[in-house]
Design a protein around this ligand. Structure first.
Ligand SMILES: O=C(O)CCC(=O)C(=O)O
Ligand SMILES: [Fe+2]
Length: 202
Protein backbone atom coordinates (compact mmCIF):
# COMPACT_ATOMS: atom_id res chain seq x y z
CA UNK A 1 0.00 0.00 0.00
CA UNK A 2 1.27 3.44 -0.86
CA UNK A 3 1.08 5.88 2.05
CA UNK A 4 -0.33 8.65 -0.14
CA UNK A 5 -1.93 7.14 -3.24
CA UNK A 6 -2.15 9.60 -6.16
CA UNK A 7 -5.41 11.56 -6.11
CA UNK A 8 -6.60 12.91 -9.49
CA UNK A 9 -8.86 15.35 -7.61
CA UNK A 10 -5.72 17.27 -6.62
CA UNK A 11 -4.50 19.89 -9.10
CA UNK A 12 -0.70 19.74 -9.33
CA UNK A 13 -0.54 23.30 -10.69
CA UNK A 14 -0.94 26.20 -8.24
CA UNK A 15 -2.85 28.41 -10.76
CA UNK A 16 -3.59 29.03 -14.48
CA UNK A 17 -4.16 25.42 -15.51
CA UNK A 18 -5.02 21.91 -14.32
CA UNK A 19 -2.77 18.85 -14.15
CA UNK A 20 -4.06 15.60 -12.64
CA UNK A 21 -1.94 12.56 -11.82
CA UNK A 22 -3.86 9.27 -11.78
CA UNK A 23 -0.81 7.17 -10.84
CA UNK A 24 -0.48 3.65 -12.22
CA UNK A 25 -3.32 2.55 -14.50
CA UNK A 26 -1.35 -0.52 -15.64
CA UNK A 27 0.49 -2.80 -13.23
CA UNK A 28 4.25 -3.28 -13.85
CA UNK A 29 3.85 -6.55 -15.80
CA UNK A 30 1.09 -5.12 -18.03
CA UNK A 31 3.21 -1.99 -18.55
CA UNK A 32 6.28 -3.99 -19.65
CA UNK A 33 4.10 -6.14 -21.90
CA UNK A 34 2.78 -3.02 -23.71
CA UNK A 35 6.20 -1.33 -23.72
CA UNK A 36 7.66 -4.31 -25.61
CA UNK A 37 4.64 -4.56 -27.94
CA UNK A 38 4.94 -0.87 -28.86
CA UNK A 39 8.72 -1.04 -29.30
CA UNK A 40 8.17 -3.90 -31.78
CA UNK A 41 5.04 -2.81 -33.63
CA UNK A 42 5.07 1.00 -33.89
CA UNK A 43 6.50 2.69 -36.99
CA UNK A 44 9.12 4.73 -35.13
CA UNK A 45 10.87 7.60 -36.92
CA UNK A 46 13.49 10.08 -35.73
CA UNK A 47 11.77 13.35 -34.92
CA UNK A 48 12.50 16.28 -37.18
CA UNK A 49 12.18 19.92 -36.28
CA UNK A 50 13.06 23.30 -37.72
CA UNK A 51 14.45 25.45 -34.90
CA UNK A 52 15.75 28.95 -35.69
CA UNK A 53 15.80 27.95 -39.35
CA UNK A 54 17.97 24.87 -38.75
CA UNK A 55 16.74 21.40 -39.66
CA UNK A 56 17.25 19.15 -36.64
CA UNK A 57 16.90 15.37 -36.42
CA UNK A 58 16.52 14.09 -32.85
CA UNK A 59 17.73 10.79 -31.39
CA UNK A 60 14.32 10.47 -29.73
CA UNK A 61 11.87 8.62 -31.96
CA UNK A 62 8.26 9.55 -32.58
CA UNK A 63 5.12 8.17 -34.20
CA UNK A 64 1.68 9.60 -34.75
CA UNK A 65 -1.57 7.64 -34.92
CA UNK A 66 -5.17 8.76 -35.25
CA UNK A 67 -8.76 8.21 -36.40
CA UNK A 68 -8.00 9.82 -39.76
CA UNK A 69 -4.86 10.54 -41.74
CA UNK A 70 -4.57 13.96 -40.08
CA UNK A 71 -1.75 16.16 -41.29
CA UNK A 72 -0.34 17.54 -38.07
CA UNK A 73 2.12 20.41 -37.88
CA UNK A 74 4.50 20.20 -34.96
CA UNK A 75 7.88 21.94 -34.50
CA UNK A 76 7.50 23.43 -38.00
CA UNK A 77 7.28 20.03 -39.71
CA UNK A 78 4.18 18.23 -40.94
CA UNK A 79 3.39 14.63 -40.08
CA UNK A 80 0.71 12.25 -41.30
CA UNK A 81 -1.16 10.03 -38.82
CA UNK A 82 -1.33 6.24 -39.23
CA UNK A 83 -4.43 4.18 -38.31
CA UNK A 84 -4.75 2.77 -34.75
CA UNK A 85 -3.12 -0.60 -34.01
CA UNK A 86 -4.79 -3.17 -31.73
CA UNK A 87 -2.53 -2.27 -28.76
CA UNK A 88 -3.09 1.45 -29.24
CA UNK A 89 -6.84 0.93 -29.38
CA UNK A 90 -6.71 -0.95 -26.06
CA UNK A 91 -4.54 1.75 -24.40
CA UNK A 92 -6.73 4.55 -25.78
CA UNK A 93 -9.83 2.89 -24.33
CA UNK A 94 -8.14 2.46 -20.95
CA UNK A 95 -7.07 6.12 -20.88
CA UNK A 96 -10.49 7.36 -22.06
CA UNK A 97 -12.30 5.29 -19.41
CA UNK A 98 -9.97 6.51 -16.67
CA UNK A 99 -10.19 10.22 -17.41
CA UNK A 100 -13.71 10.28 -18.94
CA UNK A 101 -12.49 12.02 -22.09
CA UNK A 102 -12.39 11.07 -25.78
CA UNK A 103 -9.36 11.45 -28.06
CA UNK A 104 -8.87 11.16 -31.83
CA UNK A 105 -5.08 11.00 -32.08
CA UNK A 106 -1.92 10.01 -30.24
CA UNK A 107 1.67 11.20 -30.45
CA UNK A 108 4.14 8.57 -29.23
CA UNK A 109 7.69 9.34 -28.08
CA UNK A 110 10.47 6.81 -27.57
CA UNK A 111 13.33 7.88 -25.30
CA UNK A 112 16.04 5.18 -25.58
CA UNK A 113 17.59 6.26 -22.24
CA UNK A 114 18.09 9.31 -20.02
CA UNK A 115 20.35 10.99 -22.60
CA UNK A 116 17.15 11.76 -24.50
CA UNK A 117 14.48 14.14 -23.21
CA UNK A 118 12.14 16.87 -24.36
CA UNK A 119 12.91 20.59 -24.08
CA UNK A 120 10.52 23.17 -22.59
CA UNK A 121 7.45 23.61 -24.78
CA UNK A 122 3.68 23.81 -24.63
CA UNK A 123 1.29 21.85 -26.83
CA UNK A 124 -0.54 24.92 -28.03
CA UNK A 125 -0.71 24.25 -31.77
CA UNK A 126 -3.80 25.72 -33.46
CA UNK A 127 -4.99 22.23 -34.46
CA UNK A 128 -5.56 21.35 -30.79
CA UNK A 129 -7.78 24.35 -30.06
CA UNK A 130 -7.88 26.20 -26.76
CA UNK A 131 -8.10 24.50 -23.34
CA UNK A 132 -7.34 21.14 -24.93
CA UNK A 133 -7.15 17.96 -22.84
CA UNK A 134 -3.95 15.92 -23.24
CA UNK A 135 -3.65 12.53 -21.53
CA UNK A 136 -0.12 11.20 -21.13
CA UNK A 137 0.54 7.50 -20.52
CA UNK A 138 4.08 6.46 -19.52
CA UNK A 139 5.62 3.01 -20.06
CA UNK A 140 9.11 1.95 -19.02
CA UNK A 141 11.76 3.95 -17.16
CA UNK A 142 10.56 6.40 -14.51
CA UNK A 143 11.35 9.97 -15.51
CA UNK A 144 10.96 13.44 -14.01
CA UNK A 145 8.41 15.73 -15.64
CA UNK A 146 8.56 19.48 -15.05
CA UNK A 147 6.25 22.50 -15.46
CA UNK A 148 7.29 26.17 -15.68
CA UNK A 149 4.87 29.11 -15.76
CA UNK A 150 5.41 31.31 -18.83
CA UNK A 151 5.14 34.61 -16.88
CA UNK A 152 5.93 33.98 -13.22
CA UNK A 153 8.59 31.30 -14.04
CA UNK A 154 7.34 29.26 -11.06
CA UNK A 155 8.27 25.59 -11.48
CA UNK A 156 6.81 22.35 -10.22
CA UNK A 157 7.12 18.71 -11.22
CA UNK A 158 6.62 15.06 -10.48
CA UNK A 159 7.93 11.59 -11.27
CA UNK A 160 6.06 9.72 -14.00
CA UNK A 161 5.90 6.08 -12.95
CA UNK A 162 5.85 3.02 -15.21
CA UNK A 163 2.23 2.51 -16.34
CA UNK A 164 1.04 5.89 -15.04
CA UNK A 165 -1.40 8.43 -16.44
CA UNK A 166 -1.13 12.24 -16.28
CA UNK A 167 -3.78 14.62 -17.64
CA UNK A 168 -3.15 18.27 -18.61
CA UNK A 169 -6.23 20.41 -19.25
CA UNK A 170 -7.97 23.81 -18.97
CA UNK A 171 -5.52 26.68 -19.60
CA UNK A 172 -2.37 24.59 -18.92
CA UNK A 173 -0.95 24.85 -22.46
CA UNK A 174 -1.63 28.60 -22.63
CA UNK A 175 0.16 29.42 -19.38
CA UNK A 176 2.67 26.66 -18.64
CA UNK A 177 5.58 25.02 -20.41
CA UNK A 178 6.50 21.41 -19.71
CA UNK A 179 9.65 19.37 -20.24
CA UNK A 180 11.14 15.93 -19.77
CA UNK A 181 14.61 16.67 -18.33
CA UNK A 182 17.55 14.48 -19.36
CA UNK A 183 19.07 12.31 -16.66
CA UNK A 184 22.40 10.45 -16.86
CA UNK A 185 21.15 7.96 -14.25
CA UNK A 186 18.38 6.56 -16.48
CA UNK A 187 19.65 3.64 -18.58
CA UNK A 188 16.34 2.08 -19.69
CA UNK A 189 13.90 3.08 -22.44
CA UNK A 190 10.62 4.88 -21.92
CA UNK A 191 7.66 5.18 -24.28
CA UNK A 192 5.20 8.01 -23.73
CA UNK A 193 1.81 8.25 -25.41
CA UNK A 194 0.04 11.60 -25.48
CA UNK A 195 -3.60 11.22 -26.46
CA UNK A 196 -4.95 14.40 -28.03
CA UNK A 197 -7.99 15.82 -29.83
CA UNK A 198 -7.36 17.45 -33.17
CA UNK A 199 -10.13 19.94 -33.82
CA UNK A 200 -9.08 21.40 -37.15
CA UNK A 201 -6.80 20.58 -40.08
CA UNK A 202 -3.86 22.97 -40.49
O1 LIG B 1 7.39 12.27 -22.73
C1 LIG B 1 6.62 12.97 -22.09
O2 LIG B 1 6.23 12.67 -20.96
C2 LIG B 1 6.13 14.28 -22.63
C3 LIG B 1 5.94 14.33 -24.11
C4 LIG B 1 5.40 15.65 -24.55
O3 LIG B 1 5.38 16.61 -23.84
C5 LIG B 1 4.84 15.77 -25.90
O4 LIG B 1 4.84 14.81 -26.67
O5 LIG B 1 4.36 16.86 -26.24
FE1 LIG C 1 4.17 18.18 -24.67
Amino acid sequence: MELFPPDPAINLLPYDGTVQYFGRVLNPSEASFYLQKLLDSITWKNDEAVIFGRHIITKRKVAWYGDDAYAYTYSNTTKQALGWTEELQFLKQLVENTCCCRFNSCLLNLYHDGEEGMAWHSDDEKSLGENTVIASLSLGAERKFAFRHKQTKETTGLILENGSLLVMKDATQTNWLHSLPKSKKVRAPRVNLTFRTIVSGV
